[in-house]
Ligand binder design. Structure first.
Ligand code: ADE
Length: 256
């Protein structure tokens, strides 16, 4: 691999605003309805982009990062709905494996299998995942020391001491907002921690192009009947600070 050039994606504009502040000498490039922000963080080349929502939006955006901008590593930060029962708002999930929960080409192949790849789960890069885990732990220390978000906001969301978990993430073109949806997913795929709408698509594109990637998700809602209330509030007040805080710690670890 040549010089490191990292693509950073977020599915919400709120999530990338804070990250943009970390980038030096920013240049804006417009392609296919997206603005790509190219520059450096701690002397490392980066391209930041708001991917928009859903698997198609994320796949086309990550393809441009790889083929147009030549990035050789992808990070995705964002929010997710909790599927595992005891997860709480503010907990951070680092994806180890990704699956598309709405992919179903039965009876041609088994449920969830990606056609022609013969795989159902795609794994994050192990080494990158370990570094991201360190960055997330460092971020959570700052969070506990009240250096990131005010006490008022943390208590409004009942965020005390967020947990950091590494595990399986499911993605699909659906916003989960009922217990029935959650239960159905858990019964089919019992190892899933959380659900979102882009990660597994990004994982597939990265896998097919041999690009190491890692996806970090903060729990914004419990993916049940309250999801549509918790989700926008969390996005506005918390998620951007989590995303930019984690990215900042990552570049402190790898920066020149
Ligand atoms: N991203 C954040 N919350 C979500 C939910 N409840 N369903 C799908 N994607 C999400």
């Amino acid at each position: 691999m040549g010089e490191l050039k990292i693509g950073i994606m977020g599915a919400m504009s709120e999530e990338i605003e804070g990250i943009l502040e970390l980038i030096d000498s920013v240049e804006e490039i417009k392609i296919g309805n997206r603005i790509y922000f190219e520059g450096k963080i701690n002397e490392i080349k980066v391209v930041l982009v708001f991917s928009r929502w859903g698997k198609v939006a994320a796949s086309s955006t990550v393809s441009a990062l790889i083929h147009h901008f030549g990035v050789n590593q992808i990070l995705f930060t964002g929010v997710a709905g909790a599927i595992m029962n005891d997860l709480e708002i503010g907990d951070i999930i680092i994806g180890k494996r990704y699956i598309q929960h709405d992919l179903d080409a039965r009876p041609l192949m088994k449920q969830f299998e990606i056609p022609l790849l013969g795989k159902t789960f795609i794994e994050a890069d192990q080494q990158l995942l370990q570094t991201i885990e360190k960055a997330v732990c460092n971020f959570s220390i700052h969070l506990k020391n009240k250096q990131v978000i005010s006490d008022d906001i943390l208590s409004k969301f009942n965020i005390e001491s967020p947990r950091i978990l590494i595990g399986d993430i499911a993605s699909g073109d659906q916003f989960f907002s009922s217990i029935e949806q959650k239960n159905q997913l858990s019964s089919l795929l019992p190892t899933i921690l959380c659900v979102e709408m882009e990660g597994a698509a990004v994982a597939q594109v990265c896998f097919e192009n041999g690009i190491p990637f890692c996806i970090i998700r903060t729990i914004s809602d419990t993916a049940d009947h309250d999801a549509h209330i918790d989700f926008p509030k969390f996005l506005k007040e918390v998620s951007g600070k989590f995303s930019s805080g984690i990215i900042k710690e990552y570049f402190k670890l790898i920066g020149k």
